[in-house]
Design a protein around this ligand. Structure first.
Ligand code: SF4
Length: 353
């Protein structure tokens, strides 16, 4: 595999020179610390930079240190995370902050082995923290880097297979420079985000690797990286009830402690698609008397492995409902994190108030 390593090694100098003129100005790069690098990298998982920016600033204002995060009110943390999605990331951040505070006296561990034992910290995040915050020559290989490596080396290996990702990571471990490893990894992140774009549309004429990129030479940009078939998403139907009491309170309930959207708040719902007669029967089963059926609406939300197809009813009602429900007034709703999977219903609610 020396050929691939040689090609990747050839990239280092032009990549760093390109980065010096083209790096993105991002808040976590202005004032670098292990804590800021860690929080930013966790927020950026599966999430666009533009979406992360306001959350990052708010997060740092609310929890400026790892100690502050470790003792934060979890409900307040989840509320701050509302809309960013993948809420397990927020919970893992706090669990890891507690470990760093209690076991390491508030100082980040500086080894790959210790970092990857922290909840939510995998290969990529550990590599980013070690290289950017501690100047260690460790690769940070995410989807962007896999795409660049595939194209640059002309590799037809399936990047969804773990053994191939490990192989690519092994190549990168041999070429990360001992000088400026953080800049090197961030340069790859920027190259993937702004030049070697996904979906077969890279801007090769602007790329520091244009002269020696195998995909460019062979016209293979559109077919690389190779991504084998993913398992299809499981489709689930739900009927969601936005239930309004005369005093303006809305019924919310807490999701289970584990699993999808754990511990977040939701509008009461049942599986399956209920027609109006079935929905009325469901309300009766909850001990509710509907006064007015305001609206029927539908929504869908795509998770990594699941697709929710939702039918919703907005109903003015009377009665207590299930014992574990919270009839939330406006102030209570500001404290309760309702995930963006229910955004359409939340918007409907706001629009109708
Ligand atoms: S030359 Fe084109 S395909 Fe090759 S790494 Fe650069 S942007 Fe990507």
């Amino acid at each position: 595999m020396e050929r691939e390593v040689d090609i990747l090694r050839e990239l280092t100098a032009p990549l760093l020179a390109w980065y010096d003129g083209h790096s993105r100005d991002l808040p976590w790069r202005r004032d670098v610390s292990p804590y800021r690098t860690w929080v930013s990298e966790i927020m950026l998982q599966q999430t666009r930079v533009a979406a992360v920016l306001p959350y990052f600033e708010r997060f740092m204002a609310a929890f400026p240190t790892v100690e502050a995060l470790s003792v934060a009110d979890t409900a307040a943390l989840l509320k701050l995370w509302e809309g960013l999605g993948y809420y397990s990331r927020a919970r893992h951040l706090q669990e890891a902050a507690r470990i760093i505070t209690e076991r390491y006296g508030g100082q980040f561990p500086q080894t790959y082995r210790e970092l990857t034992k922290l909840p939510g910290v995998g290969d990529y995040t550990a590599g980013a923290i070690l290289s950017i915050a501690f100047g260690q020559p460790v690769p940070a290989v995410d989807g962007n880097v896999l795409r660049i490596v595939s194209r640059l080396t002309g590799s037809s290996l399936d990047v969804l297979e773990g053994k191939n990702r490990a192989l690519f990571r092994g190549w990168m471990a041999q070429v990360v420079p001992t000088e400026r490893p953080g800049a090197y990894n961030q340069a790859l992140m920027d190259l993937g985000a702004t030049v070697c774009l996904p979906s077969g549309a890279p801007l090769c004429e602007q790329c520091p690797a244009a002269a020696f990129c195998a995909a460019r030479r062979q016209g293979l940009q559109a077919s690389l990286p190779v991504r084998g078939k993913k398992a299809p998403r499981r489709r689930e139907e739900l009927t969601v009830f936005v239930l309004l009491r005369a005093d303006g309170a809305v019924a919310l309930r807490r999701r289970e402690d584990t699993g999808l959207l754990a511990q977040l708040w939701e509008y009461p719902n049942v599986s399956g698609t209920l027609d109006e007669a079935q929905a009325a029967a469901q309300l009766a089963a909850w001990g509710l008397t509907p006064h007015r059926w305001r609206k029927r609406l539908s929504a869908r939300h795509v998770f990594t492995h699941i697709l929710w197809e939702m039918t919703g009813y907005v109903v003015e009602t009377d009665g207590a409902g299930a014992p574990d429900w919270l009839w939330a007034d406006e102030a209570a709703r500001r404290r309760c994190a309702v995930p963006s999977a229910f955004e359409k219903f939340t918007k409907e609610l706001k629009g109708e108030e």
